[in-house]
Design a protein around this ligand. Sequence first.
Ligand code: PAF
Length: 289
Amino acid sequence: MDVVVFGAGSLGSLVGGLCAREHDVTLVGRDPHVAAVRESGLTVTGAVELAVEPDARTTVPDHADLALVTVKSFDTQAAARALTDCDPEVVCSLQNGLGNEERLARTHDTVLAGTCTYGARLDGPGRVACTGVGEVVVGDPDGGPSTAAERVGSALRAADIDAQVSTRMARRRWEKLAVNAGVNPVTALAGVSNGALADDPLHEIATAAARETARVARENDVDLSDGKAVAALESVVETTAENHSSMLQDVRANNRTEVDAINGAVVARADEPAPVNRTLAGLVRGRTD
Ligand code: PAF
């Protein structure tokens, strides 16, 4: 299968590298990373070790069967536009936050929602570390059976990725949102790796954000219990204990964060006040150093 990974940062490079064990992969990202991959291949270290030679470019190729979108949520619209050049049969978002699939669906017919809990860190041009083996779940964004999702699930499993197909993607997306709503701002603000959230005082704050997100999910007719949201967060904290969350990496690099699509999205969709997510969002947005 021809797979294009649009957004070859840390997670995109890891997923693309794993896919390249079985498929013809093109990583689309920025120099100097993509130039290094083109010249010397991609090295994955850590929980998974491999060296692969995917194609790597700064623009999309002419053709793709599957596009995996791994750009930051605020770049989704630009990704959707750029991907029209290779007209992929299926576009699957593996991004954080809410609203990505809706944006991709404006320019692409078959769009899948996906969640990915692998931990990844870009160690330098051409080098990515797998800091936690997680799972990928794909499915129709609105739920129900999807032959496209079955095809993508099989393709990922063929590349030895722990991939499942879900017919209840709305709940999965909100469950992942609950994980990100707790893990990302708390690790970014406290300056700690994910594993530090296993204990108080950070455990209490992160789980409060996850519980509040589950409550907002239920306000949006998504059946996610507080217990499931907290269990999902605790499982990610354990399996990606060594990982620096994407928001911590963004804050440290002085890059724009995904707080609007994560905690901001929870607040925006809440019927009742959501003070935990509102406070965390405000603190992340208000940081000055
Ligand atoms: O954004 C992230 O960092 C990741 O989604 C996750 C799963 C929280 C792991 O760090």
